[in-house]
Design a protein around this ligand. Structure first.
Ligand code: PBG
Length: 332
């Protein structure tokens, strides 16, 4: 009896060899898709971050060297996150627009050596604010916290302008205040920085996956949570509302964050807007892969690559990932 099935259609033919698989591959990752987030601090030493194995808080010297290593393997975009000394933290976070602050000096240091790197900066108050919130906190007698929207936006404009003056290519508001994109665009234009772009964290969820990041920067909220400004993980229609608003206010690119648990949102936003879409594979997503790989339970290289490919396949044009340098090295 013949075992042969009568099968004119056999999808496996398109998978028969590496060469054929290469021909039919729909999604590819390239180092130029990646944005490398880097932590910086005021110390002269580079310090390994316990909550994020493989990541460091870089000194300015260490930062420039690490950007150089990333540059060598094809990474061309970085974003900085500062750990600010407690003595500089205030309720209004004024240190965020100090022209001699850590971030402006980091921008200048990197741009001086690698002018072809796109330097992106995070615009939000949480590293600078003594309350650990992205905006200014007002608490009333009942102890209820209010995050003041419009007062915060005024400070974010000064922060964005300060980054632009130092040479940032793109500012990236991660604070989720209403109306900040329009206000920042106007402030940049008035300051003659019409060439500085805005990558808006338009769709940022109130996510527990940010835990390791807040540990890295010591920036966790002192009280309350971020649910009155970051989005409810249960919602996706709201994602489009946020993205549309930010684009109408002048965002050049919009971001969905986190990435892996929100692939449906990335796909939905990609189909609905006509600006580039970024996705942020956040600290918790990174740490899950790292910790499983540490005990040999997962193959870190392969899982990291697959996780990023999935994010790209869902529709992200660019990905912020702590794996950027390692993955780029394997791709190049
Ligand atoms: C702060 C900010 C956060 C992240 C990026 N910018 C934390 C937060 O909103 O609490 C998280 C990044 C990560 O978890 O990797 N505005």
């Amino acid at each position: 009896m013949s075992q042969k099935l009568n099968l004119p259609v056999r999808p496996r033919r398109n998978r028969k060899s590496a060469a054929v698989r290469g021909l039919v591959r729909e999604t590819t990752l390239s180092p130029s898709d990646l944005i490398y987030p880097l932590f910086i601090h005021e110390d002269a030493e580079d310090v390994a971050i316990e909550s994020m194995p493989g990541c460091h808080r870089w000194s300015l010297k260490g930062l420039v060297e690490e950007v150089g290593r990333a540059h060598e393997v094809g990474v061309r975009a970085v974003v900085f996150f500062p750990k600010i000394e407690d003595s500089l933290k205030t309720p209004h976070g004024e240190e965020c627009f100090n022209p001699d602050g850590l971030v402006p000096r980091a921008i200048k240091a990197v741009k001086a050596v690698y002018p072809d790197i796109a330097v992106i900066t995070d615009v939000a108050l949480d590293p600078y604010n003594s309350d650990g919130h992205d905006g200014i906190v007002q608490s009333d007698e009942s102890g209820e916290l209010r995050i003041l929207n419009d007062e915060t936006v005024a400070i974010l404009c000064r922060q964005a302008l300060c980054h632009a003056e130092a040479g940032a290519d793109i500012v990236s508001p991660s604070d989720m205040m209403d109306g900040r994109i329009g206000a920042i665009r106007e402030a940049l234009d008035e300051g003659n920085f019409e060439e500085v772009g805005i990558l808006s964290y338009a769709v940022k969820y109130a996510s527990a996956y940010y835990g390791p990041f807040r540990g890295a920067l010591d920036s966790a909220p002192k009280a309350g949570d971020k649910k009155t400004y970051q989005m409810d993980p249960a919602n996706s229609r709201e994602a489009l509302r946020e993205a549309d608003l930010d684009i109408s206010e002048g965002a050049d690119m919009v971001m969905v964050k986190p990435a892996g648990p929100y692939l449906d949102v990335i796909s939905f936003v990609r189909d609905s807007v006509d600006v580039p879409v970024a996705a942020y594979q956040v600290s918790g997503e990174y740490l899950m892969i790292k910790s499983a790989a540490k005990d040999g339970w997962l193959d870190e290289e392969k899982v990291a690559m697959e996780s990023l490919l999935g994010i790209k396949r869902a529709g992200a044009d660019m990905i912020l990932t702590y794996f950027a340098k390692d993955v780029a090295a394997r791709l190049s």
